[in-house]
Design a protein around this ligand. Structure first.
Ligand SMILES: *[C@@H]1O[C@H](CO)[C@@H](O)[C@H](O)[C@H]1NC(C)=O
Ligand SMILES: *[C@@H]1O[C@H](CO)[C@@H](O)[C@H](O)[C@H]1NC(C)=O
Ligand SMILES: *[C@@H]1O[C@H](CO)[C@@H](O)[C@H](O)[C@H]1NC(C)=O
Ligand SMILES: *[C@@H]1O[C@H](CO)[C@@H](O)[C@H](O)[C@H]1NC(C)=O
Ligand SMILES: *[C@@H]1O[C@H](CO)[C@@H](O)[C@H](O)[C@H]1NC(C)=O
Ligand SMILES: *[C@@H]1O[C@H](CO)[C@@H](O)[C@H](O)[C@H]1NC(C)=O
Ligand SMILES: *[C@@H]1O[C@H](CO)[C@@H](O)[C@H](O)[C@H]1NC(C)=O
Ligand SMILES: *[C@@H]1O[C@H](CO)[C@@H](O)[C@H](O)[C@H]1NC(C)=O
Ligand SMILES: *[C@@H]1O[C@H](CO)[C@@H](O)[C@H](O)[C@H]1NC(C)=O
Ligand SMILES: *[C@@H]1O[C@H](CO)[C@@H](O)[C@H](O)[C@H]1NC(C)=O
Ligand SMILES: *[C@@H]1O[C@H](CO)[C@@H](O)[C@H](O)[C@H]1NC(C)=O
Ligand SMILES: *[C@@H]1O[C@H](CO)[C@@H](O)[C@H](O)[C@H]1NC(C)=O
Length: 591
């Protein structure tokens, strides 16, 4: 017979045995208390979290809150230990609501010489500097301090971490990498595969030493203030998949030749740099390319036919350069396109010759070119479009009548063309439309009510549209800007007070009439432009302008308004334009 006491011991023994079997690793006391002291340095507040975590659906929570005395630190959330030595080798505290400062005397720097991976990204370190003591993590292979409100000078000591395979310091807006920091980093981190210094102020030329980083798979130097010429050779680093040097307006360079077809480049983003020259035919050798971002550079010449061979491409953005000629019909082979942006160049020829007819295409931006000719019929497969920009392309004739459902189209930009005839009913029925711009055309006829309840921005100005403008348009809760000037619309403002988001209302040079409702000046907080010039409005102006309103322009010139000028206009402190001329007001501007 065993006594109760013995049973209890046996039970405890079994328990202990089980725990040690399941978690062979037991954190050392030293590391446990060092981690607990580290925890003390922070408070946990969801508002310390970077928006990034939520935006990409990473579940965020204060991982450290579960860290408690008396438990095995190797089992704590975010802590990884070596299974043999029980040393802490990994700390992942990304998206953990951390708010505080990591001082140079922090225990974290003194008890973790075997740490290989440290991830503190997406927290809030309150614009504190990165301590030079980070160099004590001499075994570190992965360091991520992205988007965590660090600022100041990146300490030179970071370049002592010569085992780093991955370094991410991006999106810390106040961070600087002063000379010779960049050079030292690049010279010493010879094993680095992923280097992300995006949004760090570097403001120097790109070191040729980067050419020695032959293991690089990913290089992010966007928004770094880089200067001088970008070394061509970097494009040819043997393992480079992703090269993002966008938004460095003073960085010059050329699109290099790709002589053989083994380049692994998938993502090449040069937009908003000072790169110039022509795109070489050999661009067709970039067989892995998925994203080509080159908008807003200084490229010119014609687009090589070989570009149509890059059938993996999902994003092609070459807009706002100085390209000329016809777009090659080979581009219609790009069956995986999601984004097609060639606007803002000097392209000519027929749109239908190159237009991809692809189910997955969401963004079709081909405006501001010299296409001309009749409005193209869009491919039958372009049903997923979210954004269509054909503005400023000298298109003539009517809109195509055969447009199948575009259930997700939110942006339709057709302004500055020669489109005549009426606006066809498929436009009014677009269910998701938010931005509709068709100003500066030759449209005639009546307009119907726009069906979409999501409308934000409507511009029909400078056409020859007439008839009653449907006043139900004002009931759309997100309507921000309505511009109808220089048409022959009639109608009243009886529904105006429902437009609770309205900021800009321009109805000048039409035949609107009726009076202005009593809500004026107090129904929409950011209302700033009211332009009713040259219409047939009458009645008195409501004396309802509230304190703190945002009106900048009030132009009522050329109507039949009468009575007193409202005293409450003195509440319009932001006012820059006030034109009440050519009306029948009975007194002067209030004092
Ligand atoms: C969290 O931070 C916000 C903004 O700084 C503050 O208003 C709030 O009181 C904080 N909550 C806690 C529990 O500290
Ligand atoms: C982070 O802590 C600092 C200093 O205690 C405080 O001023 C700041 O409001 C905190 N931030 C958040 C998001 O809680
Ligand atoms: C340690 O062991 C666990 C459980 O077997 C395993 O999931 C983990 O990957 C191992 N860690 C390392 C660093 O080997
Ligand atoms: C660590 O340094 C900070 C800032 O200098 C100081 O406030 C804090 O008291 C120090 N902590 C310890 C344990 O020395
Ligand atoms: C480069 O790394 C070595 C260790 O590999 C270190 O001794 C040296 O100080 C580092 N140099 C610089 C300039 O960071
Ligand atoms: C590249 O590395 C080699 C060998 O370490 C060195 O001699 C050379 O100076 C380095 N080149 C650059 C541009 O840093
Ligand atoms: C496109 O690829 C095919 C087959 O790989 C090749 O024969 C052709 O020359 C390429 N076209 C261009 C314009 O590069
Ligand atoms: C664009 O190219 C045309 C003709 O090739 C040239 O005349 C013009 O100066 C260029 N414009 C710019 C801004 O480079
Ligand atoms: C539409 O797409 C399908 C499949 O992607 C393709 O087979 C068909 O040719 C396309 N339709 C047209 C009219 O190009
Ligand atoms: C429209 O968008 C929704 C939601 O993103 C998607 O599920 C649907 O497939 C889209 N419709 C088309 C025709 O692409
Ligand atoms: C539209 O313009 C074309 C020529 O560009 C003309 O043939 C046609 O008659 C015009 N249609 C209308 C309704 O004005
Ligand atoms: C209005 O805008 C808000 C904020 O962008 C959005 O959440 C809401 O869905 C919009 N409402 C409609 C009816 O589109």
């Amino acid at each position: 017979m065993v006594s109760n006491n013995q049973l209890c011991h046996l039970f405890l023994f079994l328990c202990f045995f089980q725990i040690t079997c399941l978690h062979a690793q037991l954190c050392t006391q030293e590391q446990t208390s060092a981690l607990l002291q580290f925890k003390q340095q922070f408070s946990f507040n969801k508002s310390a979290l970077s928006n990034y975590c939520d935006s990409v659906g990473i579940h965020s929570y204060p991982k450290m809150e579960s860290w408690k005395e008396g438990s095995d630190c190797c089992s704590w959330d975010g802590v990884e230990c070596d299974n043999n030595t029980s040393q802490v080798i990994g700390l992942d505290l990304s998206c953990s609501w951390l708010n505080g400062t990591i001082h140079p005397n922090s225990t974290i720097f003194y008890y973790f010489p075997h740490l290989q991976s440290l991830n503190l990204a997406f927290n809030d370190f309150g614009m504190s500097p990165i301590s030079s003591e980070f160099s004590r993590f001499s075994s570190l292979t992965h360091l991520n301090l992205s988007d965590s409100s660090f600022s100041g000078k990146v300490p030179i000591e970071v370049s002592f971490l010569s085992k780093l395979i991955s370094l991410d310091l991006s999106y810390n807006y106040g961070l600087r990498l002063e000379e010779p920091g960049f050079e030292l980093l690049v010279q010493n981190l010879t094993k680095v595969r992923e280097l992300n210094l995006g949004e760090i102020n570097i403001s120097s030329v790109v070191s040729n030493s980067l050419l020695n980083l032959t293991s690089l798979t990913r290089l992010d130097l966007f928004y770094c203030g880089l200067l001088g010429k970008f070394p061509d050779g970097i494009f040819h680093l043997p393992h480079l998949n992703e090269l993002r040097i966008l938004y460095n307006p003073a960085l010059t360079g050329y699109f290099p030749e790709f002589i053989n077809s083994s380049s692994p480049l998938q993502d090449l983003e040069l937009q908003q740099t000072n790169f110039s020259g022509e795109l070489p035919d050999s661009i067709g050798n970039l067989k892995s390319l998925k994203k080509l971002g080159a908008f807003g550079c200084k490229f010119y010449g014609s687009i090589p036919t070989s570009l149509g061979n890059l059938t993996e491409t999902t994003h092609l953005g070459i807009g706002y350069n100085n390209f000329t000629g016809m777009l090659p019909s080979s581009l219609s082979n790009l069956g995986n396109l999601v984004y097609f942006g060639v606007g803002g160049n000097n392209f000519e020829g027929k749109i239908t010759d190159f237009l991809p007819n692809v189910k997955g295409l969401l963004y079709l931006h081909i405006g501001s070119n010299n296409f001309g000719g009749p409005f193209p019929s869009l491919g039958a497969n372009l049903t997923s479009l979210v954004s269509l920009d054909l503005s400023n392309t000298q298109l003539t004739g009517p809109l195509p009548s055969q447009i199948i459902g575009l259930p997700n189209l939110t942006w339709l930009s057709l302004e500055d063309n020669l489109i005549n005839d009426t606006i066809l009913s498929w436009v009014f029925s677009l269910p998701a439309l938010e931005y509709f711009k068709i100003s500066n055309n030759k449209l005639t006829g009546h307009v119907k009510q726009l069906k979409s309840t999501h409308l934000r921005d409507v511009d029909l100005s400078n056409n020859s549209l007439h008839g009653r403008f449907p006043s139900s348009t004002f009931t759309h809760v997100n309507l921000t800007s309505l511009i109808l000037s220089s048409n022959n619309f009639s109608g009243e403002l009886d529904m105006l007070c429902y437009a609770v988001s309205l900021e800009i209302l321009v109805l000048s040079s039409n035949r609107f009439n009726g009076s202005i409702p009593q809500c004026l000046g107090n129904f929409s907080t950011y209302f700033s432009v009211l332009d009713l010039r040259k219409n047939n409005f009458f009645g008195t102006i409501p004396n309802t302008f509230v304190k703190g309103n945002y009106f900048e322009t009030i132009d009522l010139n050329g109507n039949g308004f009468e009575g007193a000028v409202p005293k409450s206009l003195v509440n319009c402190k932001m006012l820059q334009v006030l034109d009440l001329g050519c009306n029948k007001f009975s007194d002067n501007f209030p004092h």
